[in-house]
Structures are given as C-alpha cells and as structure tokens.
Ligand binder design. Structure first.
Ligand code: NAD
Length: 487
C-alpha cells in the first residue's frame, strides 16, 4: 500500500498511569493496538485487570480523602483546568495527528475534536466558579441552604469514537467539581488517552487525582464498575454494554450517567430547503467516518421530493472523498478496527437485500487493505429492516419515504433508540410541533449537529440515562446536601 503514514515519536509502549507514575500491569499482560490503515500492530498497551484497578482506585481514594484537590476553592481548581485547556490547545496539531493515526479519523476532523476537548475544560473551568447554589429563607423561622460536595472517586469509561474529546467531556466536570478519577479508555484507541498524564502534570493537577487504567472492558472496565470505593460511573458506549453496567452497578447503588447508542432520524419535509438538507444529511452520517453517536443514519423523506432527494443525495455521497486519515483532503478515513469493519461490512451486504443500493456498497478499489468503506446509501428501506433498526456506526445510511407528518413521526419513533433527531422544514409551526413529539433527547431544526455546551446532552429510551451538559454535569458529579437552620 502506498502512502502509509506514521507519526514521529510514537511511544514504545502504552502504560497505565497510577498515583503520578506510569506503570505496567501487575501481571505484565499487554494487548495489541492496531493501525487502522494497515491493521498491523503498532504498539502494545498494558492490559489492566482487577489488581491494577485496585491500585488506581486506592490512589484516587487517597487523593480524595487526604489530598488538596477536593478542598481547593473552585477558583483554584478552575485555574488548573484553564491551564489544561491552554496546553491542549497549544498541542492541538500533535493531538490530532495521534488521534487520526490511532482511530482512522480524518485529520481535519480530529483537529476539530482536539480543540473541542480544550473547550470542554475551559467551559467547566468557568462554570464551576459561576456555580450558584440555592438558599431559601422563611422570614423569622428558618434558613435553608445547599452544601455542594464532590462525591469521591469517579469511574469514567469511554468509547473509541472521538476518544480524546469524549474523555474531556467527563474529565472536565468530574475534576472541576473536586472529585478524583479513574479513567478506563477504549481498548481500540488508547494512544491519545496516554497523553492526559503529561498534560495534567504540567498543569499542576495534584498526584493521584487522575489515574488511567487501560485494558479490555470485561477485565479493567468490569473491575472498575464493581469496585465498592467507586460511587459514580460515567459511561459512554453501546446500549448493550450500558445494560450490563447498569446491572453490575445495582448491588452498589452507584450513581450512573449513561450516554449510549443511537439510530437517529433526519426528517426531510417537502417544503425544506433541499440544498441545505442534503448537505447536512451528508455531513450527519459521513463525518467522523459515520462513527458518531448522533449520526443521522435514517433519512425519512416526503414522497413528493423523494426521488429528487435520493438522486441528488446518492450523487453527492459518491463525491465524498475516502482517503488516508492523515490527508487533509480526506472526508472519510479508515474505520477504527477490523472487527468493527467486519460488522459494518456485514450491514452493507445485508442492506443489498433489505433496500436499493444507490451509492457505495463495498470497499473502495483504491484501498485493498485497511478498514476503508465507501460511503453507502440504501433507498426504499422498510422500517422493519435491520439496517433501519440497528446501529451500524459507519458510513452507511438508510433512506425511507413517507407521505404524511403522522407517518413521519411514527417512522422516526420506530426504533428502540432516542438520541437525536434532525428536522428539515420551512414550516415553523410544524418544526416545533414535530420536535415536541419526536422521541429524542436532542433535536436539530434546520440545523447541523452543533450545540451550545450549556444545553442538556443525552438520550431517551435505549440511548441513555440522565443528562450531562452545563450544570447537569455539575449535578451528576456532586452531592447537594441541604442544611436547615431555625432562626
Ligand atoms: P462499547 O460499549 O463496546 O465500549 C465502551 C467502553 O466500555 C470501552 O471502554 C469498553 O472497554 C468498556 N466496556 C465494555 N464492556 C464492559 C463491561 N462489561 N464493563 C465495563 N466496561 C466495559 O462501545 P464502543 O464500541 O467503544 O463505542 C461505540 C458505541 O458508543 C456506539 O453505540 C455509540 O453510539 C456509543 N456512543 C454514544 C455516545 C453518546 O453520547 N450517547 C457518544 C459516543 C459513542
């Protein structure tokens, strides 16, 4: 294969980071990390087990009970978080280079995600100093106020899509509120997570506040979920893994935040601006390689504009540039891992019997190796098709016609998921009413997937439990104790 790119100065191995030290697993075990362009092993990472989680939780617990971090003023913690944001920003190109190499994401999109990670830290650094808690006075009788307290050791379990950014989404609020953490990043993409340790040390985060244990979900992740000294688990990943973690946390009555899978609809009404809708629906499912929880992976189109939409959409999908992840011209890179590639390809094959293939449908000829998939579009997909119902998490989209608004709503709500929905119409009233009725945690009306960090983020149905974003994240990572005083 031509043009295989390898960043300079890759680490010789990826280790855990516990109590301020890089360390191997207690049993010395490691796992392979693959380059998604060649599927060759480029590094081995420490495979954490129960013993490593125990060491990490003990360090985090010590930092919580004895260390300065939970006792610092919000203003002091905020300064450290701003320094973290500064460092991430100043290294955005290197972070993007490593993330793109490890995950197969197009480099320009990985750069956007690195900047977003810095922004997450900056946002929670500001929010924690602006935090105001309730106080209620009953004149002459009682004063009531709220003591907000960090909870303890937060267990953070993250997926492999946009790994560094998604880790920042949990690390920012968990640390801003004074907790200490154990992060278990996804085993497909451990490279960028290993950079946090150096960034945090440089920013002055006290020892033991941040701990990182790599490893498989069923080993390291499971041990973290089942550790009695970890009262909180913030998890992002597949709905089925979320169900398992929910069950495993039950005996401990842990606090849970679950950001899970999706099969989000984009609904295009006949009065929509088709140029805008087509562009957005292309971006919605093909950006980030389609490995995006909020991907608009089902497009529902009103019958009167259906044929035109399908024809124009398919033509545009064929123009989406598949390429090497490090190439700035690339719009779809390599899928993260051969196991995931096989899963996506099995849906591409299935789709050929469930719908009408109008674009893509296989591996691009120019990439005989690696996890490359053509942007693939199926039209006329019935709602009971598996490619309509199941999360594919790749550059594959199903298009289905509808006649009436009621039918569009029924189709939109007809999956177990409820993460996002995108509505395209120039009828304002219809847009707002549809948003009200659609079963989705987040709705974008005539809009691409862009959001203000103050808004709630989360899904309904099988897409999640609880909301983070803005002060909701602060609420998740803190206890609010009410104090009542007789006057
Ligand atoms: P996954 O569920 O396979 O893994 C996620 C993490 O959980 C990994 O770190 C994994 O090691 C760990 N894990 C696996 N089994 C575990 C267990 N038994 N106990 C504890 N931890 C365990 O998900 P994935 O394939 O890495 O990520 C893709 C999924 O994530 C998709 O479904 C996607 O929609 C979802 N996602 C959701 C959001 C959101 O905000 N809603 C965002 C990004 C990704």
């Amino acid at each position: 294969m031509t043009d295989v790119y390898t960043p300079a100065d890759l680490p010789a191995k990826i280790q855990h980071y516990i109590d301020g030290e890089f360390t191997d697993s207690a049993d010395g075990d490691t796992f392979e990390v693959l380059n998604p362009v060649t599927n060759e092993t480029y590094v081995r990472a420490a495979a954490g087990k129960k013993a490593d989680i125990e060491r990490a939780v003990a360090a985090a617990r010590r930092a919580f009970t004895e260390g300065p971090w939970p006792r610092m003023l919000p203003r002091e913690r905020s300064r450290v978080l701003h320094r973290i944001a500064d460092i991430v920003e100043s290294r955005d190109a290197r972070l993007a280079e490593l993330e793109s190499f490890d995950s197969g994401l197009p480099i320009t999109q990985a750069l956007g995600q690195a900047r977003r990670a810095a922004e997450n830290f900056r946002f929670f650094a500001d929010l924690i100093v602006a935090q105001a808690d309730d106080a209620f006075k009953v004149p002459g009788k009682q004063l009531n106020y709220v003591n907000r307290k960090p909870i303890g050791v937060a267990g953070l379990i993250t997926p492999w899509n946009t790994p560094f950014m998604l880790e920042s989404w949990k690390l920012g609020p968990a640390l801003a509120t004074g907790n200490t953490v154990v992060l278990k990043p996804a085993e497909f993409t451990p490279l960028s997570a290993s950079l946090w340790a150096g960034i945090f040390e440089e920013a002055g985060l006290p020892k033991g506040v941040f701990n990182l244990v790599n490893g498989l979900g069923e080993d390291a992740g499971d041990a973290l979920v089942k550790h009695p000294d970890v009262p909180l688990i913030s998890f992002t990943g597949e709905s089925s893994t979320g169900q398992l973690i929910f069950g495993n946390s039950a005996p401990f009555l842990k606090g849970l935040s679950m950001e899970l899978g999706g099969k989000s609809p984009a609904i295009v009404f006949e009065d929509a601006d088709l140029d805008l809708a087509i562009d957005a629906c292309i971006f919605g499912v093909f950006s980030l390689n389609g490995e995006r929880c909020t991907a608009g992976s089902r497009i529902l189109v009103q019958r009167s504009v259906y044929d035109e939409f399908v024809e124009r959409y398919a033509a545009q999908a064929k123009r989406v540039k598949v390429g090497m992840p490090h190439d700035p011209a690339t719009e779809v890179g390599a899928l993260v891992h051969p196991e995931h590639y096989d899963k996506v390809m099995s849906y591409v094959e299935l789709g050929k019997s469930e719908g009408r293939l109008v674009a893509g449908g296989g591996r691009p000829d120019e990439f005989p190796e690696g996890n490359f998939v053509q942007p693939t579009v199926f039209a006329d997909v019935p709602s009971d098709a598996r490619i309509f119902q199941e999360e594919i998490f790749g550059p594959v989209v199903a298009i289905t016609p509808f006649d009436t608004e009621a039918e569009a709503l029924e189709l939109a709500n007809n999956t177990k998921y409820g993460l996002a929905a995108y509505v395209w119409t120039n009828d304002l009233k219809r847009g707002h009413n549809f948003a009200q009725s659609v079963e989705a945690g987040m709705v974008w009306l005539n809009s691409n997937n862009v959001r203000d960090l103050r808004t709630p983020f989360g899904g309904v149905k099988a897409s999640g439990l609880g909301h983070e974003g803005g002060y909701r994240s602060i609420d998740f990572y803190t206890d609010q104790q009410s104090v009542h005083i007789t006057l």
